[in-house]
Design a protein around this ligand. Structure first.
Ligand SMILES: N[C@@H](CCC(=O)N[C@@H](CS)C(=O)NCC(=O)O)C(=O)O
Length: 216
């Protein structure tokens, strides 16, 4: 039995669901009892973070640690390459997403609500997101990884790209998309696990983004 603790809007939970869909892993998804960070949830998952996994009594948090565990525990449909160097290159993508692009996007959260939005800050944050997309384009132009396969390192990007596009509409985030990144996004959406998850996740995004617009 594999349980994932999650909340609907959590992007790193959506990233993990892409991994599990692609590997055809059955899972049960639950909200953290008492909310994440609560004493009740910490009694189950000591870090109090989301996402977290319990598999046959084994508890783990952090989406990347969980994804790599799933890769080893469920080796069918591998999502890391065979060679040591290519596995390292795949992890370079994961780290680039989790430590660079996604934090640049996350910085926008306080400016989603129309009542607390600072347009000048949004413009500055848009430049930061564009800088990370330019860095991603360089990674893509130099990657030795097979573009016909879905790697763990792709799954975070598959969720963060729709968020960036949603912020372009909802908070007028100014973003420059390199062609290489747009081609990458289109390629990722061609994987069934990505397309199905992004469609299933969209209502949670729309719900979160409601506060971007004044009532009426
Ligand atoms: N890099 C982490 C980020 C996950 C994340 O940001 N989780 C949020 C909830 S959506 C969280 O647990 N925040 C509370 C905390 O970090 O203590 C991962 O990949 O799991």
């Amino acid at each position: 039995m594999l349980t994932i603790y999650s909340v609907p809007v959590a992007a790193y939970c959506a990233k993990l669901r892409i991994v599990m869909r692609h590997k055809s892993i059955a899972f049960d998804e639950r909200p953290p009892p008492g909310g994440y960070g609560s004493d009740e949830y910490r009694a189950i998952v000591p870090s109090g973070n989301l996402p977290a996994m319990i598999h046959d009594g084994f508890t783990l948090s952090d989406s990347e640690a969980i994804a790599e565990y799933l890769e080893e525990a469920f080796p069918d449909t591998p999502m890391l390459p065979e060679s040591v160097q290519h596995r390292a290159k795949a992890r370079e993508f994961s780290r680039s997403h989790d430590t660079r692009l996604e934090p640049a996007v996350r910085a926008l959260y306080p400016h989603v609500d129309y009542r607390t939005r600072d347009g000048a800050v949004v413009a500055r944050l848009g430049a930061g997101v564009s800088k990370q997309l330019a860095a991603l384009a360089l990674l893509l132009e130099n990657t030795p990884l097979d573009p016909g396969r879905l790697w763990i390192g792709d799954c975070g990007f598959a969720v963060t790209f729709p968020w960036i596009k949603a912020f372009e509409d909802a908070v007028s985030l100014p973003v420059e998309w390199p062609d290489t990144v747009l081609e990458y996004e289109a390629r990722l959406n061609g994987f069934e696990a990505v397309a199905v998850e992004v469609a299933a996740y969209r209502p949670a995004m729309d719900d979160y983004l409601q506060k971007a617009y004044p009532p009426g």
